[in-house]
Design a protein around this ligand. Structure first.
Ligand code: G6P
Length: 372
């Protein structure tokens, strides 16, 4: 049954191994002739052309998926997108109305903070779209439109495969919106669809090639007291997600930063031996950002940081400054987060296991937080 570990050491190990399928199943049935066709969004063209802004509301890992989605939706659909923690949203009298689409993201569909944000948005006249992994849950039932993620049941408390499925669903929505609003040329959209369809195989390659090495250095790092994560552009929310997973699973102090912010504060934290994960943008696709992040790596390395780099295959510029290099297959700039997060999920799980902790049921946490 789906609630079985199926030979894996933990539900999370099983669920991380299912990240390729989570993406593939979320895309399935939603591409026709190389273009995105989301049947659930049929008949909503008028709504999607009339909105002037989008606010994404979510908690935890789902909110980081929202932050990734913001980059893609703004680029493709040219609608301003804000991402807000659901519990902050409704207590500040936000400026919303009929021209606002509030997109909620929730694996369980039962998170009380997110549900209350959705209800509040509706009361204020906003339109609501739910991205949810659980058929018939409360949040989708309270929403005007639904795009389900098809990650399958997620049992481990901390979210992994649902995260990649949430990004996938946001991308399907962004491509759909770009077409409906006429802001995304068909040829460009078709290229993005091809990119998205190639993601499951690329995630599988990471699992096949890097898992044992990541487990090994997670083991070496079992005594580490603090880990930092740096990323830029769509790599920034991935840095936040990498840090959250480490807190949740390994009870280690961890923080994610926007790499550009380093010199404005976080660099003061760097001392000899400090482990820092750096998510490096593609040198082919984002040459300018790549250069800036490589120079960040040089700066922290010069101060003694132990640098673990997540970089595209063939990126040689990172080699002189990295203690470890984890490779991800080539992908367009907006698609890298779906790959870069995989080594971070493996690492957090590996470190938790190395410390002898329960990866599926971390202390103090609940899978679905149904109180405010
Ligand atoms: C809890 C879980 C997290 C999850 C968050 C949001 O805090 O421990 O893993 O990201 O809730 O859950 P949701 O079901 O709304 O996605």
């Amino acid at each position: 049954s789906a609630a079985d570990k199926g030979g894996w050491s933990s539900f999370m190990a099983k669920e991380v191994s299912e990240e390729p399928e989570a993406v593939a199943n979320t895309i399935r049935g939603r591409v026709r002739d190389g273009q995105i066709v989301v049947p659930e969004l049929d008949g909503l063209d008028e709504l999607f052309t009339s909105i002037t802004r989008i606010i994404v509301v979510a908690c935890g890992t789902a909110a980081y998926a929202g932050l990734v989605g913001k980059y893609a939706i703004e680029q493709w659909a040219r609608v301003p997108v804000d991402v807000e923690l659901a519990h902050e949203f409704r207590y500040r009298d936000p400026v919303i109305g009929p021209d606002t689409l509030v997109v909620s993201i929730s694996q369980s569909g039962e998170t009380m903070d997110t549900l209350m944000a959705v209800k509040y948005a509706r009361e204020r006249g906003a339109k609501t779209l739910s991205i949810c992994n659980t058929q018939g849950a409360t949040i989708p039932r309270e929403s005007d439109a639904i795009v389900y993620t098809h990650a399958g049941p997620e049992v481990a408390v901390a979210s992994t495969k649902a995260f990649v499925a949430q990004i996938t669903a946001l991308y399907l929505f962004g491509l759909h919106l770009g077409r409906v609003r006429g802001s995304l040329p068909e040829t460009e959209a078709a290229e993005h669809v091809r990119e998205l369809e190639a993601i499951p195989t690329k995630i599988q390659q990471i699992l096949d090639r890097e898992q044992s090495r990541i487990d090994q250095f997670a083991h070496w790092m079992a005594d580490t007291r603090s880990v930092l994560f740096l990323g830029r552009h769509v790599g920034y929310p991935i840095a936040l997600e990498g840090a959250l997973k480490l807190k949740e699973l390994a009870y280690i102090h961890a923080e994610g930063f926007a790499a550009g912010e380093l010199k404005h504060g976080p660099i003061a934290l760097i001392e000899p031996g400090q482990p820092v994960f750096v998510i490096v943008p593609s040198p082919r696709e984002s040459a300018e950002l790549h250069k800036k992040v490589v120079s960040n790596i040089q700066e922290i390395r010069a101060r003694g940081a132990r640098v673990i780099v997540i970089a595209e295959e063939g990126d040689a510029a990172v080699l002189p400054f990295a203690d470890e290099v984890l490779r991800i297959p080539l992908a367009g700039p907006l698609f890298e987060p779906l790959l870069a997060v995989v080594p971070l999920h493996i690492f957090a799980m590996g470190l938790s296991t190395a410390k002898g902790l329960d990866v599926d049921q971390p202390r103090n946490l609940a899978k679905s937080v149904t109180v405010e």
